[in-house]
Write a protein that binds this ligand. Structure first.
Ligand SMILES: [Mg+2]
Length: 179
């Protein structure tokens, strides 16, 4: 961990979570995925997870233990989305705090290096994951996000951390590992 840029994801996917390659995760012996919700599983402002993401979750659950960890305080909304995907969840997680992530590791009985956190934000998802020694994956929202504030934050993050923002057209070859 020493010297690692805590804002640097291990992988940047130039697309939504449904473009995340299982092969890349398997190569790293990942057994669990902590999934952000807003602008990761669901574009902000949407009420339902789109079909591509639903199908990706259905395939992912055959390979990995899945857990939703969201900073969103709206418990009933997060619960309805989690129920629709049949996934366990924690809301109001306060990422980049590590507390909720530690709880998930304990529940899943997995060491941090075997768990990847997947999210759309450097300052919450990636920072929290790197602080705990998880594998970190940055993704794009799964649809047009209505979160003007979110897009501003993302733009700001990319302004301040331009070296970690790499747009990769096409698939995710193993060499996309940025470590
Ligand atoms: Mg998010």
């Amino acid at each position: 961990m020493l010297g690692k840029n805590l804002f640097k994801p291990d992988l940047i996917v130039a697309g939504p979570v449904s473009d995340l390659s299982f092969a890349w995760l398997k190569q790293r012996d990942i057994a669990g995925l902590i999934l952000d919700l807003d602008d990761t599983l669901l574009a902000l402002g949407e009420q339902m997870v789109n079909t591509r993401v639903v199908e990706w979750v259905a395939r992912a659950r055959l390979e990995f233990r899945l857990y939703i960890v969201s900073n969103n305080p709206n418990r009933s909304f997060i619960e309805s989305i989690a129920l629709s995907l049949s996934l366990p969840f924690i809301n109001r997680a306060a990422k980049p705090s590590r507390r909720a992530l530690r709880r998930v590791l304990q529940e899943l009985q997995l060491p941090p290096e075997r768990v990847a956190i997947v999210g759309d934000r450097l300052l919450t998802d990636v920072l929290a994951g790197n602080r705990l020694g998880l594998v970190t994956v940055l993704v794009e929202p799964p649809g047009p996000s209505r979160a003007l504030r979110g897009s501003w934050l993302r733009a700001a993050e990319r302004f301040f951390f331009p070296d970690v923002v790499v747009v990769r057209p096409g698939g995710i070859p193993p060499e996309a590992d940025l470590k």
